[in-house]
Design a protein around this ligand. Sequence first.
Ligand code: HEM
Length: 409
Amino acid sequence: MSEEQRPVEDWASDFDIFDPDYVKDPGPVWDELRSKCPIAHTERWGGAWMATRYDDLRELVRMVPELSSRSPVVVPLPPQMREEAIAEMKMYGTENPPITADPPEHKPYKQLILPFFTPTAVEGYRQFTENLAHELIDRIIDKGEGDAAEDYAQQIPPRVIAQMLGIDPGRGAEFTEWTRGVLEIGQTDPEARRKYRTIIRDFFAELITQRRAEPADDMISRLIAAEVEGKPLNDHTISGICFLLLVAGIDTTWSSIGSSLWHFAGHAEDRRRLAAEPELFPTAIEEMLRFYAPVMMARKVTAPVEIGDKALCPGDKMILNFPAGNRDPEVFDRPDEVVLDRERNRHVAFGLGIHRCAGSNLARMEMDVALRVWFERIPEFELSDPDAVTWAGGQVRGPRSVPVRFSVS
Ligand code: HEM
């Protein structure tokens, strides 16, 4: 048994974000940590601190530049890959802006991509998403069973972002494999992370060359034509941004749609209520985002700072556990219950501060379409084999297989 697979005895001093029971149901651990040791520590997976209280998360995201986004992954790269990454950064600038950029570099890149994701811009992709959702349901509906994660939730985000970037949505399955290679498998397998990062980088490098020769009406062509601080972007930076836009929206949104369907498959009362009262979709979606928030991010400490009774030193990693903040009883009434018509819901599923998610309007549109179409076509469904449900954890938490059965009249 490797160091990392030892069972956890003390979550405050030795937490494990990949512990299988924690990944399945992290709520009890968060409650314990928030009340006993809100800034927990571990030496596992490269070592890190982890914040679980809402107010601490708010304070930490403001500690810029002492907490840097240079390396926002929760599991650090092994030393050799870290050195390669630093060398590349020196040559070309930040890796995947804006998510890996600190101020003042961050802002112009954020401003560059935000127009792609305004509510109006993402509405332009609603019809595409709706058609896709119907096609996916058509493939399973007559069978009376299917995998709500694999056959449905997983299929939507890669195709929508491909359509937006101007790449072939038919390659959605490959994009998912690459994203999982970087974000899911790559967390504990650095060679997989390197392999899939190279595949994505090479894919975009080729595409950028094509678009330079023949511009199209898509995001890549707009990035080629764009300027940051009066200068055009180099190919490495454009491919870094495309890389981020591809990767940031796939596992995350898939997880949120998948967790929602998992929830409704296992909670008949909520399922029947939402089917009977579709006006609850907007608050129900926010509640799914709060309760099943999939994303944790990290910061690298660059100067000594204090948070609560802990002193952080340069070189430390701090994990921002936004999902835990979403269940903080200081902020949310009945935090451990799903309340479909929750009125006050200032959740932090999309993060906080300058790096708050650029794609939140897109994620919400995709969740809205995916859940509405599912409920319209399959209002009654249940888990066919609860033990067969699998979860992925770490940076992005969500169900990867959710077998369901249903009968439709
Ligand atoms: C339910 C789905 C999603 C969740 C829960 C989510 C969550 C987050 C979180 C927590 C951050 C903060 C990062 C930090 O503080 O370091 C973030 C940043 C970001 N997200 Fe999302 N995200 C989702 C979907 C998307 C989609 C669909 C896109 C677009 C394709 C996207 C693009 C981005 C980008 C570009 C950033 C970086 C923003 C910056 O650094 O200023 N996300 N996301």
